[in-house]
Design a protein around this ligand. Structure first.
Ligand code: ATP
Length: 270
């Protein structure tokens, strides 16, 4: 569905951000893009969505094809019309507009009123909270709800490929898990997804294929099962997280035990 070949991107004259990226997103696949800060993940999404120019970036070589068509020189609106829609990092909702108005804004590119109604129905089914809060200003929603609104707004134009930039950023673990389940559901309904994430645990759970970027290059690529089993990914992206999660769980368990023994003691004393 989407193929990226030898993609090279620069910012201005001096910064080379991507140095020849190759990757494929199969139709109805979920591709996770992992990597540490500055690896080039957002730059890659900007190249796919045609928004590089807004950041003074340019494609210096290579190509991006979607459904066989070269898209890396198209403007963002033309790329959206083809069915490739991005959700930028940082939950960029229109804070002063209501939830409903935000969704309506996302539906402007829809082909017909019927398509818009069907898309809204789908969004409300995926995110019931957006129907409940339809009349509320988007700026008053919680962080997780704003992320849901940002994804919902992108779904209003009926995308075939959704580009998500760090949807888990700054959200509590339970909300991240919920967003992960919703991304699986969006995929199950027939939309392909490119998921840029620093949260490798979540990304590897949600995606079927993954690439790891390192300073503008693909360092590792494969199925998520292959990557989750790779020593480098374990050490760099899962080890620390798994360890800290295990420590947190152990601490919570020991706090529970302490509370239980205090309760036991006070019952005994009483
Ligand atoms: P993060 O996880 O921190 O968002 P990232 O993997 O998304 O990082 P990018 O934001 O794509 O990385 O940055 C890749 C490289 O390009 C970095 O060296 C960064 O400093 C540089 N860069 C990004 N945006 C610009 C810009 N607008 N102008 C100049 N350099 C930029």
């Amino acid at each position: 569905m989407l193929t990226v070949r030898d993609l090279r991107v620069r910012y201005g004259r001096s910064v080379a951000a991507l140095h020849g990226i190759d990757l494929d997103v199969p139709a109805n696949g979920v591709l996770a893009v992992l990597g540490s800060n500055g690896a080039g993940k957002s730059t890659l999404l900007r190249a796919l969505s045609g928004t590089l120019r807004m950041h003074r970036g340019t494609v210096a070589g290579g190509e991006v094809r979607y459904d066989g068509k070269v898209i890396h020189r198209l403007d963002p609106a033309a790329i959206v019309r083809l069915g490739v829609v991005g959700v930028p990092e940082g939950r960029q909702v229109f804070a002063r507009m209501t939830v409903e108005e935000n969704l309506r804004a996302g539906g402007i590119g829809a082909r017909s009123a019927e398509q818009r109604t069907a898309a809204k129905h789908r969004v409300h089914e995926l995110f019931p909270v957006l129907a409940e809060r339809a009349k509320q200003r988007a700026g008053l929603l919680s962080g997780g709800e704003q992320q849901m609104l940002a994804i919902g707004r992108a779904l209003m134009s009926g995308p075939k490929l959704l580009l998500l930039d760090e949807p888990s950023l700054g959200l509590a673990p339970q909300v991240v898990e919920r967003i992960g389940r919703i991304i699986r559901e969006i995929h199950a309904q027939g939309t392909a997804v490119v998921l840029v994430e620093q949260n490798a645990v979540m990304a590897l759970r949600v995606a079927d294929h993954a690439v790891v970027l390192e300073v503008g290059r693909v360092a590792l690529a494969g199925t998520t099962a292959e990557l989750a089993g790779s020593e480098d990914v374990q050490r760099l992206y899962l080890g620390g997280h798994a360890e800290s999660q295990a420590t947190a769980e152990a601490e919570a368990e020991s706090a529970d035990q302490q509370r239980a023994s205090v309760r036991g003691l006070s019952r005994w004393a009483g």
